[in-house]
Design a protein. Structure first.
Length: 126
């Protein structure tokens, strides 16, 4: 079954430009999410206070929050700056561009949600 042009999202366009299927693109985004979770587990952000990597990477609400940030700070920013001109980039250049924008998410985290996750993890451990 073919997708008609109106159904193609910018996320699909990015995947195509990277030479990836949509599922591979989602896996790439999830790898960036895991890297973000690892960053959250660092001591400077309170890592070690009930935050385990497994707890973070498997938390659905946190994944959804990250996806919203990805959409706003990576996909929409690229769309706003480059639009349909992304076709001039090679897959390697596109990955580099995405990586540059994804770094911006490292500075953001939902503190209230993280406190709830940490508290719930502490309760289940005891």
């Amino acid at each position: 079954m073919n997708t008609i042009p109106q159904q193609i999202t910018y996320r699909h366009a990015l995947a195509h430009q990277l030479g990836l299927t949509y599922l591979q693109y989602e896996n790439l985004r999830y790898q960036f999410y895991i890297d973000w979770c690892i960053h959250l587990c660092t001591p400077s952000l309170g890592g070690g206070r009930g935050r385990t990597l497994k707890t973070l990477i498997t938390h659905d609400t946190l994944i959804n929050w990250y996806d919203d940030q990805w959409y706003a700070l990576v996909e929409q920013t690229i769309h706003r700056h480059y639009g349909q001109d992304i076709s001039i980039y090679t897959p390697e250049e596109m990955l580099y561009l995405i990586s540059l924008y994804a770094v911006n998410i490292l500075d953001y985290y939902p503190s209230v949600l993280l406190k709830k996750i940490t508290a719930r993890a502490a309760r289940t451990e005891h």
